[in-house]
Design a protein around this ligand. Structure first.
Ligand SMILES: C[S@@+](CC[C@H](N)C(=O)[O-])C[C@H]1O[C@@H](n2cnc3c(N)ncnc32)[C@H](O)[C@@H]1O
Length: 199
């Protein structure tokens, strides 16, 4: 009952932005954005929510935000009218083959069940241009991390995963180029990977 009520309050995009700020999203966003080595072309943000702030979008690139939550996309459009914000599912990314110059997925994978996660990984490999990177930023499930476990109890995502589970999901189709973890309130993973066939 409490969880449902808290969930519906947190679903409000303005409340959602405030919560994200209070749990250290600015630090995670800045670290993640620095991993986006991009100076041209399309940055596709899957599960963009209310969007990456303009100051963190790589200069010279175009930003395409995709999400399954129409209310968050509305707030994104209100904040950044020039951004392309499209309703769409990470398990069936609504862009063409080899069309993205970088793909960002930040704090989204814990909303996907195992089947959707496998579909997302296949889709990510499909939509990236040759040589282009997937940048993955995700809070981690860590059994011994009590503060993280408390935060997971209030999270709307039902599929928190460990480092090993995320690596296992990526590796069939991606080569990992960077893999690091850090802690704020949660433990976080920041990874950069390229589709495996690109060597
Ligand atoms: C915790 S929020 C993260 C939003 C944003 N990436 C950020 O870091 O602020 C998770 C987002 O994933 C979106 N989402 C959940 N399932 C999705 C799916 N199957 N495809 C695309 N987006 C999804 C939710 O609507 C929500 O906006």
């Amino acid at each position: 009952m409490f969880r449902r009520l808290a969930g519906s309050i947190a679903a409000n995009p303005i409340v959602y932005d405030l919560i994200q700020k209070s749990v250290g999203a600015d630090v995670v966003n800045t670290r993640t954005a620095r991993a986006l080595a991009l100076d041209r072309g399309w940055l596709v943000d899957v599960g963009a929510g209310t969007g990456l702030s303009p100051s963190l979008q790589p200069v010279g690139s175009r930003y395409l935000a995709i999400d399954v939550d129409a209310r968050k996309l509305e707030r994104l459009r209100a904040k950044q009218p020039a951004v392309s914000a499209v309703f769409g599912d990470g398990a069936a990314i609504p862009v063409g083959d080899a069309s993205a110059d970088a793909l960002l997925v930040k704090a989204v994978l814990h909303h996907l069940d195992d089947g959707q996660l496998d579909s997302f990984v296949a889709e990510a490999a499909r939509v990236l241009k040759p040589g282009a990177s997937l940048v993955l930023s995700e809070p981690l499930w860590a059994r011994g991390h009590w503060l993280g476990r408390l935060l997971w109890a209030g999270d709307r995502g039902s599929y928190p995963r460990s480092e090993a589970q995320l690596r296992g999901a990526l590796e069939p189709r991606f080569q990992i180029r960077r893999w690091e973890t850090f802690a704020i309130l949660h433990r976080y993973l920041l990874a950069v990977a390229v589709p495996a066939t690109q060597g």
